[in-house]
Design a binder for this molecule. Structure first.
Ligand SMILES: [Ca+2]
Ligand SMILES: [Ca+2]
Length: 142
């Protein structure tokens, strides 16, 4: 059993086959992260690809993989690596729209797209710094 699988089994305390917010919180606390309940809510939203409100194993595995592979763990950096689904180091228009939708940003597709383009997503892509600065600002509103 690999690490993610062990953690998943251990923290799925009610044996539902998925991790609810509180279980994700307990798990990440045990790994020494300093996420608040609010951060965990944002993380669960961002990683809940099938939108059933909880993290299934595949979704959780992706989160653990990211946590294991980044140096400075923060909500901003976790969201950046989640958003960059093709792993080319920048966020393109589709990646930007996907992450914003998963975070339930209340903007029409057209507005989101324009916003992404303004941030350079269509040309060089949105880099780590610009993306994480944006998330820091957005966090206040979430
Ligand atoms: Ca899910
Ligand atoms: Ca990318």
């Amino acid at each position: 059993m690999d690490f993610a699988e062990q953690m998943f089994k251990k923290y799925d305390q009610d044996k539902s086959g998925s991790l609810q917010m509180q279980e994700v919180y307990d798990c990440l606390q045990s790994l020494g992260t300093k996420f608040s309940q609010k951060d965990i809510q944002i993380i669960v939203q961002a990683f809940d690809d099938n939108k059933n409100g909880v993290l299934d194993y595949n979704e959780f595995e992706q989160l653990v993989y990211i946590l294991q592979n980044i140096n400075n763990i923060s909500i901003e950096s976790v969201l950046f690596y989640k958003a960059d689904s093709d792993k080319n180091g920048v966020i393109d228009v589709n990646e930007f729209m996907n992450i914003m939708k998963s975070l339930q940003v209340q903007m029409t597709d057209e507005k989101l797209k324009n916003f992404a383009i303004q941030m350079g997503a269509a040309t060089d892509g949105i880099g780590f710094e610009n993306f994480t600065n944006l998330i820091t600002k957005m966090k206040v509103l979430m």
